[in-house]
Design a protein around this ligand. Structure first.
Ligand SMILES: Cc1ncc(COP(=O)(O)O)c(C=O)c1O
Length: 371
């Protein structure tokens, strides 16, 4: 229940095995040729353009194919900011984004974030007007760990805001296709008129984490990003881009994400029920609108890091809340991955965790600080 990955059982592995074999038979040069001078495999880029048709027109020249969503975000950060610069982020946010900002010698500014509507645009406006940040990095569709989707009106305001201040916005849309709303929510990129928004995503969550194929629609920073991609890691495997292009060209992808959305919503509901039964009364559980994680607020006196140590000793994993903040907030929060199918093993893990939380919550504070 620690990392936010779907189990292999949810992924279209049989179909991928067939596609890998078919592509290898059809064009063996994809395996033998050196394709490192051309970042994008054209048919893959065409499929990305086709998938974006619902919300807007993507210029194929702004696509840079990457090895993952994380690589796309890292390249974007390097293209638009330098060591010492400050990046505005949601609070709470995916801990790898914080680690990336730190690794690049940049600083993070946490923007207050509503658990249902996402980051405060007013707060972001204050930060931009005061010249405090050089770039913005957000997860507007199904934020990890909160699971919230920014309302469309906020996305429009945000796009206008970054355009007015001429600030780049890096948009992590990796969960966009795994939202539970009747319609797939649009990205902020749909409202971007000045090319300031850089949309990053990948097929790691819904198709194949092992294929390592992601991309960025880099707007007016496309050239800088493409050069950085080239000099840092060369092109992403054309073979796997061709496999993904095949998968995306028919109805397989739509079928896959529809199936996953249904299953994930059910798994989240089941896990949330179990948490409500096993944890103390003061616990609250998020109601994610997409993705596969729940964000759990525990009684204030529980320290998630101490709890983590005890849980790991009993074979139960989760992510402690402190990881999702640049300033050590969320010490009484934890994130649980709901991607696993419900089973007696998961049920027992939630029961164990519930007992540990009860024990921590009931412990006299003197003993807690001594531990
Ligand atoms: C918000 C978010 N972005 C990116 C990723 C990683 O995607 P990739 O494997 O394509 O780098 C994750 C994985 O947990 C995630 O939660």
């Amino acid at each position: 229940m620690g990392s936010s990955w779907p189990l292999g059982e949810m992924l279209p592995m049989k179909r991928m095995q067939k596609t890998v074999a078919a592509v290898a038979r059809r064009d063996a040069t994809l395996l033998s040729a050196v394709s490192c001078y051309e970042t994008n495999y054209p048919e893959f880029a065409r499929q990305i353009v086709r998938r974006a048709i619902d919300w807007g027109h993507v210029d194929p020249n702004e696509i840079v194919v990457t090895g993952s969503c994380t690589e796309a975000i890292s390249l974007c950060l390097c293209a638009v900011a330098k060591p010492g610069d400050t990046i505005a982020i949601e609070s709470a946010t995916y801990f790898v984004l914080l680690q990336l900002i730190e690794a690049l010698g940049m600083k993070a500014l946490e923007i207050p974030t509503h658990p249902k509507t996402g980051p405060s645009i007013d707060a972001l406006e204050l930060a931009l007007s005061a010249g405090l940040v050089q770039a913005v990095l957000l997860i507007p569709n199904a934020n990890n760990p909160l699971g919230c989707i920014m309302p469309e009106a906020n996305k429009q305001r945000l796009a206008a805001l970054v355009s007015k201040h001429n600030i780049p916005l890096i948009e992590d849309d990796v969960y966009g296709d795994l939202c539970f709303t009747p319609e797939r929510p649009w990205p902020v990129k749909a409202y971007d008129t000045g090319g300031n928004v850089m949309l990053c995503s990948s097929f790691s969550k819904a198709v194949s984490p092992g294929a390592r194929v992601g991309y960025v629609l880099a707007g007016r920073y496309a050239q800088e990003v493409a050069v950085l991609k080239m000099v840092s890691s060369g092109a992403t495997s054309h073979f796997f881009q061709a496999v993904l292009a095949d998968f995306l060209s028919g109805s397989a992808y739509e079928t896959q994400v529809r199936k996953m959305r249904r299953a994930l919503a059910q798994r989240i509901a089941r896990m949330s029920d179990a948490i409500c039964h096993a944890f103390p009364q003061q616990t609250t559980v998020s109601e994610p609108q997409g993705g596969f994680v729940v964000w759990v607020s525990l009684p204030e006196q529980v320290d998630a890091l101490a709890l983590h140590e005890q849980a790991i000793a009993q074979g139960v994993a989760f992510m402690p809340g402190q990881l999702f903040s640049a300033s050590g907030k969320y010490s009484n929060y934890l994130r649980l991955n709901c991607g696993n199918a419900w089973s007696p093993r998961v049920e027992a893990a939630i029961a164990t965790l519930g007992q540990l939380v009860h024990r921590e919550a009931d412990r006299p504070s003197v003993l807690r600080s001594a531990a």
